[in-house]
Write a protein that binds this ligand. Structure first.
Ligand code: SF4
Length: 374
């Protein structure tokens, strides 16, 4: 149901988007991880060439906003020179479980997938590697999912099917390659995602023999074995604040998660009011696209609306400035989508997806009270 509200294309470092506040680029470092020093350099470049506003997307990529057209080439050249050291950020379609440890199955499978070179895969087509003790990526959008299974085996599952194929580690590579070939063979020109294909074409029976495991951890800001997780308010922050956090917390490396949170390796109990460090923070269930003054399509100030409804509901609410509804995820329960004179209020918890129109003054606790009871 939510999918029909998702539109747009993916910017990259080399293919920026023109936005009201300047050029916007997106990058995902290898393993969704960056050395602290590199991240600090990126913060400096974001301030020097852009607006200094950075974002984390719902698939764990970094976005840098407000780059002036004149600065763009220099900005990208410096990123490749100073941070990627000549490498291409080519792993942009793999999301790895943020609690990976060196040489675990997450890393081994990631390294196999990172070698694939399917130039004609649709740009949004992605892989989810969610293995280990803390599976948590069930609600992250993907197309081929590699998950825990019983008996030390690995389940490979096509998005759109709740069943997959149990495999030994050494069988995963060939199986995933076959699944990609099957996707190419059966898709038509309009189909770009696995879940779209599964609506018109059944997977081979032997690829849906085994049930997925349902365990999925809800990740909150707190200490974990690998370090401390901190949230970002509405998925965005100022480069100067992040640089300050990295410098003061002394973290050697940062893992960027698809929950709009970052994991600071080897850090515990750090507090910084520019980031979310409490597991019950009122911003944790809210997300919003960048909105007015940054995106020319936006008809409302999404950030102001988020502040207005903060603490009024525990439901997962996503706010957008126009009908393109960027940033909506599988987890979104309520979508508030801005229009010229009103807000469309979508409730995704029912099959029909109730839609009502509200004006900005309607967002009282009462409105959400009834919804919270459902
Ligand atoms: S206003 Fe928001 S939803 Fe609309 S195009 Fe801009 S970022 Fe996307």
């Amino acid at each position: 149901m939510r999918n029909k509200y998702i539109r747009g294309f993916c910017p990259t470092l080399k293919k920026p988007i023109f936005a009201e506040d300047g050029l916007l680029v997106r990058l995902r470092p290898s393993m969704n991880t960056m050395k602290s020093d590199n991240f600090k350099t990126l913060c400096d470049l974001s301030e020097k060439f852009g607006s200094g506003i950075m974002e984390i997307t719902s698939r764990g990529s970094l976005q840098i906003r407000g780059i002036k057209k004149l600065n763009y080439k220099k900005f990208v050249d410096e990123i490749f020179k100073e941070i990627f050291k000549g490498e291409v950020d080519s792993n942009s379609n793999i999301v790895i479980n943020p609690f990976w440890s060196p040489e675990d199955k997450n890393v081994k499978i990631y390294n196999i997938l990172a070698k694939y070179n399917f130039k004609n895969l649709p740009e949004k087509f992605g892989f989810i590697v969610d293995l280990g003790n803390t599976p948590c990526l069930k609600n992250i959008s993907g197309d081929i999912r590699i998950e825990n299974s019983d008996n030390e085996k690995i389940l490979v599952r096509a998005e759109g099917s709740d069943r997959g194929k149990e495999l030994n580690f050494n069988e995963v590579n060939n199986f995933v390659l076959n699944m990609i070939r099957w996707f190419f063979k059966n898709k038509n020109r309009k189909i770009n995602r696995m879940s779209e294909l599964l609506k018109i074409k059944k997977l081979p029976q032997e690829w849906r023999e085994h049930k997925q495991k349902l365990k999925n951890y809800n990740i909150l800001p707190r200490n974990y074995d690998q370090g401390q997780i901190l949230g970002t308010k509405l998925g965005r922050f100022f480069a100067k604040d992040l640089k300050n956090l990295l410098a003061r917390s002394l973290t050697p490396r940062v893992r960027i998660t698809p929950f709009k949170m970052i994991l600071l390796e080897k850090v515990r109990d750090y507090r910084d009011k520019n980031f979310i460090f409490k597991s019950h923070d009122q911003f944790l269930n809210l997300s919003a696209c960048i909105g007015k003054n940054h995106c020319e399509n936006s008809l409302i100030d999404t950030c102001a609306l988020a502040h207005k409804i903060k603490g009024k509901t525990k439901l997962k609410v996503h706010i957008t400035g126009c009908e393109k509804n960027c940033g909506i995820t599988k987890e979104t329960q309520i979508l508030l989508s801005g229009r010229k004179d009103f807000i469309n209020f979508f409730d995704f918890r029912s099959q029909e997806c109730n839609k009502i129109q509200k004006n900005l003054n309607d967002f009282s606790s009462e409105l959400f009270k009834d919804k919270d009871k459902l």
